[in-house]
Design a protein around this ligand. Structure first.
Ligand code: WTA
Length: 646
């Protein structure tokens, strides 16, 4: 058990809230949500102020979530325009390119305003109207932020697809939300390597129809084919438009964005977030969890293709008038000191990253960290997966020189913002624990029958009441929304995570209890990898499970049964790995493929994943009752032929 790190006096004094204030405010937030969130909602500029605050129901068959429903506002006005009077000349975005020799860019709020308006007018010139879905497939460059804010400005709904996803994955997402517009770049650059973004869009558009226009931003200047009548260069169109663009007055419950995320079954779901509650929650959590104050230089390393990039690179910080750093590259290129060099270069005060990055950097030793100053840092934070106490302590001791609290934020694409997190002035830290619920969040642990567990216990994590940042629906499929999140434990939001609560009431997330993998902090459904594998002509069946992986958190272990007559070989193994990369994207590459003549199934044909998970974890002692299997001999074969893991 590692030690508890108490809140220092200094932090308790300078932070927005200390322990007593957290407790009092938390109590109020859950006993009087209307009062609490009514006041908190005033942090935004409303065009028409709201008079109603919370109108939510988790009731089976009638799930409905509305916050601030009669208010109107615009997200871009809140993230940009309203800051112009006070901080027009302050840097809004620092851009640090992949190549450390490329000059960094400082974009002021005034420049951001011009760029967002220009981008909005380019979109209008393409025909984009309020309510239209716009797919954004971009590298981590400021233009990705301009594009998102431009959509928000004119009331269009963006769907950002992570630049590592394949043409197939893009096509599926374009089709699901019937998006007629795409914004991309010629190429991206990461870790010195080019990523063919426009070529991927071209390939995706071969597989889906309905896209009228593709706006292409220049990043590398690569010579990419442009399809006449469909593709336009951003630069050329921008020359002909004004830099003045009025904001669209949006209802608080009008959609802001769709973000696809993996579930335990089927294809990724379009998580829908709306305007008012989302921005209140993203900005408030950004301020409180990181104890953000005016003038802080803030860096979140997430890509805008993930929810962390939405809430904590872009919307939360900009709504708070912060200086947010956008980094195009990766933590270990050109060297493993890169993050700390960037921290020193831009005097970063708040640094937010994923445990997988911390573990990888820890593996390279202390020296690459110690040779940098990092004196500007005052707070460190993590997100995406459980952080093991060793990595936590290293982050705290070596990166933060035992000066900076480590804020472990637990949340999900669905929750819009932090749900369980320490507050640096209030919460004594326990390495590996996300600690305490954020204001307004009511967590509960239940057993598999739904019985509520009290006190110190382990169970499934549910949330019993709504908070403003909650997703509103699965785009186009409200039934799936209700079934996925509210049917397992009726009337409660089921997170899909397992969790332990200790004797001090601290929460320790133990990982997913459903068939969702978390590989290097990226969410991936086992079902997605399986369907990619069975799409290969030589594969008849496959089952995919996760196993503990020292760097990635979880690795991907795939059991594959071949079509009769096909022969297992090293070449085929490599081919299948490449195949999955191509079908989904590099993050989905299986770490291990085991060819299996048969998979363990019940007599009714259901694959017994429990057994497959145990074999993947090298745990053969307790395979449980295999007598219900249609063919128990299958298990012996699986154990005998298990694969070595990297
Ligand atoms: C996991 C990312 C432990 C969890 C913001 C959750 C975490 C899933 C933490 C959501 C954390 C995220 N500690 N586990 N601090 N943060 N997770 O939607 O399993 O990409 O359900 O959102 O990541 O992943 P998503």
């Amino acid at each position: 058990m590692s030690e508890i790190h108490p809140v220092t006096k200094d932090w308790a004094e300078r932070a927005w809230v200390d322990d007593a204030e957290y407790k009092a405010l938390y109590a109020r937030s859950v006993s009087d949500p209307d009062g609490f969130w009514g006041e908190t909602g005033k942090r935004l500029d409303w065009i028409k102020p709201f008079t109603k605050v919370k109108n939510t129901s988790f009731a089976p068959g009638n799930v409905s979530i509305k916050w601030y429903e009669d208010g109107t506002l615009n997200v871009a006005a809140n993230c940009v325009d309203r800051h112009l009077a006070k901080r027009g000349d302050q840097t809004a975005i620092i851009f640090e390119a992949d190549d450390p020799n490329e000059p960094s860019r400082h974009i002021t709020y005034r420049e951001l305003h011009t760029e967002v308006c220009r981008f909005a007018n380019v979109l209008k010139a393409q025909g984009v109207k309020r309510g239209d879905r716009v797919t954004i497939y971009m590298p981590m460059i400021p233009e990705a932020g301009y594009a998102m804010l431009a959509c928000a400005r004119i009331g269009a709904v963006h769907s950002v697809v992570f630049g590592g996803f394949s043409p197939d994955s893009i096509a599926g997402r374009i089709t699901d939300c019937t998006s007629e517009y795409v914004i991309t770049a010629d190429e991206g650059v990461r870790g010195g390597r080019k990523i063919p973004l426009k070529a991927n869009i071209d390939a995706a558009l071969e597989k889906c129809s309905g896209v009228k226009s593709v706006v292409v931003v220049k990043r590398t200047g690569a010579d990419v084919p442009m399809k006449p009548g469909r593709d336009v260069w951003f630069d050329e169109t921008a020359k002909g438009v004004s830099t003045d663009c009025p904001v669209e007055e949006m209802g608080a419950e009008d959609p802001l964005f769709i973000l696809y995320t993996s579930g335990s079954t089927g294809k990724p779901k379009g998580v829908l977030h709306t305007t008012g509650g989302y921005l209140v929650y993203a900005s408030y959590t950004h301020q409180m969890s990181f104890d953000y104050h005016d003038g802080d230089i803030y860096w979140c390393t997430a890509d805008v293709g993930w929810v962390t990039g939405h809430s904590y690179v872009l919307y939360g910080p900009l709504a708070n008038g912060a200086t947010t750093l956008m980094f195009e590259g990766v933590p270990n290129w050109p060297s493993v000191s890169r993050c700390w060099e960037v921290v020193d270069k831009h005097k970063v005060n708040i640094f937010y990253t994923a445990p997988t990055a911390i573990r990888a950097l820890m593996g390279a030793g202390d020296e690459p960290v110690k040779k940098t100053s990092r004196a500007s840092l005052k707070l460190l934070a993590t997100v995406g997966e459980p952080i093991n106490p060793e990595a936590w302590e290293w982050y705290y001791r070596v990166v933060g020189d035992s000066r900076c609290p480590v804020i472990d934020t637990w949340w999900q694409t669905e929750t819009g913002g932090h749900m369980i997190t320490p507050l640096p002035g209030a919460t004594p830290l326990k390495p590996g624990s996300a600690t305490q619920p954020f204001f307004g969040v009511k967590p509960e642990l239940v057993d598999s029958d739904g019985k509520v567990l009290e006190g110190a216990a382990s169970g499934n994590l549910v949330i019993t009441d709504s908070w403003p940042g909650q997703m509103r629906t699965v785009y186009g499929d409200h039934k799936r929304f209700e079934e996925t999140y509210f049917s397992t434990y009726k009337g409660k939001y089921f997170t899909g995570d397992g969790c332990r609560r200790d004797e001090d009431g601290y929460y320790w997330i133990t990982g997913r209890v459903d068939d969702v993998l978390n590989v290097s902090g990226h969410r991936l459904g086992t079902a997605e990898v399986e369907s990619a594998l069975v799409a290969h002509p030589k594969v008849s069946e496959s089952a995919v499970v996760g196993y503990p992986h020292a760097m990635k958190g979880q690795g991907i272990y795939a059991y594959v049964t071949l079509m009769s007559g096909e022969v297992a070989s090293e070449e085929l193994r490599k081919e299948l790995i490449l195949w999955v990369r191509k079908e989904i994207g590099p993050i989905a590459s299986p770490d291990v493929i085991q060819f299996a003549p048969g998979l363990p199934k019940t007599r009714s044909g259901k694959i017994m994943r429990r057994i497959l998970r145990k074999i993947a974890e090298d745990d053969f002692t307790n395979l449980g009752d295999t007598s219900t299997l249609a063919d128990p001999a299958v298990v012996t074969d699986l154990v005998d032929n298990r694969q070595n893991k990297k």
